[in-house]
Design a binder for this molecule. Structure first.
Ligand code: NAI
Length: 340
């Protein structure tokens, strides 16, 4: 019997196939124990079958419980569901984990090492929206009803604290807006405080109102460790934390559920540079390193992180977004040499 772990592989759209191909070359070099089941989603799937998220792709993830995904272009226009939201719901991927760490010294911010844990299923992204007509204007008022559940608040905060324990972190910051959204965010804070008590003496806990947190993140980002927050705030703050370390080319993301997990770059399909051999492959490569950690191959994940550091920091092989002139293939070749 094979010891390989089956993984659904979705190359994705735009720069997706280029950066996934680069990652696969590196995973092959270190003999990562994965067996790929290649499936389509996004525009590639629309072109092939008219459906941006074919049932076959969903079935594959149900079977493997693991997916490595390139960015997907969500087709503009009515009739298409948001693919990412559908995937999160279908597989109950409740925790979105986005680590951001300073790699190249001399940037605007030094010593950033923040892991943002975002609740992925509830809040305002439950998309319970509608218009209320007034007079002859059918869209006079727009409303959106967000919700949080006690169970989900508890589960996401607990995930963040467990993550902190497992990864030798010292502090978790609960980020909320309970001063204004007294029930929606109040419940998150109430449950968060209860969970924090269970980790007293092991992991410190702080609380921040989201607007104050945004300001502190650009004034003294080095004081943050693990952040846990609700869906909308997490979406916004995780782009902010990506900006702190020089943009979207580097940060990976994991979407974790009880029965499945999906790993991807934080960035999108970058249509402006697609097919030009210019894309930075590091975010999706780091996502594959998170997947290696998830399957308990921390040794291989560490080799990837060390090779990235050698190539980008010491040898200064950098793509254009990092201020260099290396192509995707130059960087892939350098990484393969560094990791072999
Ligand atoms: P984007 O992240 O694709 O691009 C924003 C900017 O960052 C562009 O200038 C792009 O060239 C640059 N960039 C992104 N990744 C890069 C990389 N690896 N190397 C070098 N430069 C990089 O965001 P945008 O343009 O708003 O979205 C494009 C498409 O991607 C949309 O259809 C959107 O829906 C989709 N998207 C998909 C996501 C996913 O599948 N998880 C996440 C975000 C957006």
């Amino acid at each position: 019997m094979s010891d390989l772990i089956p993984v659904t592989l979705i190359p994705g759209d735009g720069i997706g196939p280029e950066i996934i191909a680069s990652t696969l070359e590196i995973l092959e070099t270190i003999k990562a124990p994965f067996q790929w089941d290649k499936q389509l989603a996004g525009m590639a799937a629309v072109d092939a079958s008219g459906d941006p998220l074919p049932q076959q792709t969903i079935d594959s993830i149900h079977k493997t419980g693991l997916a490595l995904k390139g960015p997907l272009t969500t087709p503009v226009g009515k009739g298409f569901r948001s693919i990412n939201v559908t995937l999160r719901k279908e597989f109950g991927l409740y925790a979105n984990v986005r680590p951001t760490r300073t790699l190249i010294p001399g940037g605007r911010f030094e010593n950033v090492d923040i892991v943002l844990v975002r609740e992925n299923l509830e809040g305002f992204y439950a998309a319970m929206e509608h218009y209320i007509p007034v007079g002859d204007d059918p869209k006079a008022i727009a409303t959106c009803a967000g919700y949080t559940s006690r169970t989900e608040c508890r589960r996401i905060v607990k995930y963040a604290f467990d993550y902190a324990v497992k990864n030798n972190r010292k502090k978790v910051t609960l980020v909320h807006k309970a001063n204004i959204l007294k029930e929606l965010c109040g419940l998150f804070l109430e449950e968060g405080r209860k969970v924090a008590k269970e980790y007293e003496g092991k992991i410190a806990c702080e609380e921040r109102i989201v607007d104050a947190c945004a300001m502190e993140l650009v004034l003294k980002p080095e004081t943050y460790d693990v952040i846990v927050t609700t869906n909308l705030f997490g979406d916004i703050l995780s782009d902010l934390t990506s900006g702190l370390i020089g943009g979207l080319g580097m940060p990976p993301g994991a979407n974790i559920g009880e029965k499945a997990a999906m790993f991807e770059a934080v960035h999108g399909s970058a249509p402006d540079i697609a097919g030009k051999n210019m894309a930075n492959p590091l975010a999706v490569l780091r996502a594959s390193a998170m997947m290696l950690e998830y399957v308990n191959r921390v040794d291989l994940a560490k080799r990837i992180e060390s090779a990235i550091e050698k190539v980008v920091v010491h040898d200064k092989v950098r793509t254009k977004d990092l201020g260099g002139n290396a192509s995707t293939s130059d960087m892939t070749a350098a990484l393969k040499r560094a990791i072999a």
